[in-house]
Design a protein around this ligand. Structure first.
Ligand code: ATP
Length: 348
């Protein structure tokens, strides 16, 4: 575990600096060397020369292959949108996992991965008026992006021994959603490991009902852009929080391999609590655990995820979750519990 890993780090606004300190402290406490190549995307810095900074951020991520991005304020432009375009992120993966200590409507345990085609659908075209009485928009389903998303979804399903559900309205949108489902079937036949994965199709409306009634029946769900947008929020609602989730944006090469993976927290910059040691680093630490898993460091990744949840389970939490710990003290508790998990693993 003495491997050296280089990670691009994109600084941001509001609580970003506190989150960064938390990630850095955790990284330092873990076995192995984690080196950070930092690009400052804080608004003050972007104002002085945004274009150059984004190019620098993109070049660094192309080199290291992985980035962790802290929340950034959308003022003149959306940094996420700029980076998505520059790095050609085409797929978003958002895990939705039960968080200990959070009160939810659904009382079972959820361990769901939503893999979403991040471009196309109706979202690339705001539509246009047809005379005064109607409006229309173009809905695009692109073969290559669907192949990339399907390849990635099957690979995480095979890795984690999960089933995969692809979902769309293929009986109504027969050409567009039909193409998507056909591509998923093709990928299932083409890649060797897909044979290990149980794959089924669900109509999207039926899926929503089943997800509300028995979400534990689903493990990896693969969907087109707009469906993924709706589904992510619904699933986050099931675990009781929109704010504690993390996600990864992915870019691929011609052969469908991931070339760049950028991890971030779903919440924003929380300017109302910035600089007060109140920020909850759970989401960004989950993003960091995902990053470690992506790098193949499953030992540290699992220990960190477990250590984080051990804290929350024991009521060691920041004020937003009703706890008494500040960001720094909570980070210290996570480091302690993660170390316990690492020791436990070393014994087995
Ligand atoms: P932005 O414009 O960057 O999206 P915002 O304040 O509109 O910022 P969020 O940052 O998501 O949106 O914050 C919404 C609410 O949730 C705020 O009251 C904020 O303090 C709280 N919040 C968000 N993230 C965290 C966090 N990590 N820890 C504690 N509270 C948070």
């Amino acid at each position: 575990m003495s491997e050296r890993r280089e990670i691009t780090e994109l600084l941001g606004d509001g609580i970003a600096e506190e989150l960064r300190q938390s990630v850095r402290a955790v990284a330092e406490s873990l076995p192995g060397e984690h080196a950070f190549d930092t690009v400052d995307l804080a608004y003050e810095n972007r104002r002085k020369g945004a274009r150059l900074l984004y190019d620098q951020a993109a070049a660094s991520m192309r080199r290291t292959g992985v980035g962790i991005k802290y929340p950034t304020a959308t003022i003149d432009e959306s940094p996420n949108a700029v980076l998505r375009k520059l790095l050609k992120f085409s797929v978003i993966h958002r895990p939705v996992t039960t968080i200990p200590g959070l009160r939810t409507m659904f009382t079972g345990k959820l361990d769901l991965d939503i893999v979403r085609v991040a471009t196309g659908g109706t979202y690339d075209d705001p539509g246009q008026m047809i005379g005064d009485y109607a409006a229309a928009s173009l809905r695009v389903v692109d073969r290559k992006t669907c192949e990339q998303a399907a390849h990635y979804a099957f690979s995480i399903a095979a890795r984690d021994r999960k089933s995969l559900t692809s979902s769309s309205k293929y009986t109504i949108q027969r050409v567009t959603d039909g193409l998507f489902e056909d591509i998923v079937d093709e990928v299932a036949k083409e890649i060797a490991f897909a044979g290990q994965v149980e794959h089924r199709r669900e109509l999207f409306d039926a899926l929503l009902a089943k997800l509300v009634m028995a979400p534990e029946r689903f493990q990896v769900i693969l969907v087109l852009n707009e469906y993924g947008d709706f589904l992510s929020d619904l699933a986050s609602g099931l675990i009781g929080s929109l704010g504690l989730g993390a996600s990864v944006s992915l870019a691929f090469n011609e052969r469908g391999r991931v070339t760049v993976a950028m991890f971030d927290a779903i919440h924003g910059t929380a300017p109302d609590i910035a600089g007060q040691d109140k920020a909850n680093p759970t989401a960004i630490l989950r993003a960091f655990a995902m990053l470690l898993a992506h790098l193949g460091d499953s030992r540290n990744a699992n220990a960190l995820r477990r250590g984080l949840f051990d804290c929350l389970d024991a009521g060691e939490a920041t004020p937003d979750l009703g706890g008494k710990l500040g960001t720094k003290a909570f980070t210290g508790a996570v480091i302690g519990r993660t170390a316990e998990r690492l020791k436990e693993k070393a014994k087995t």
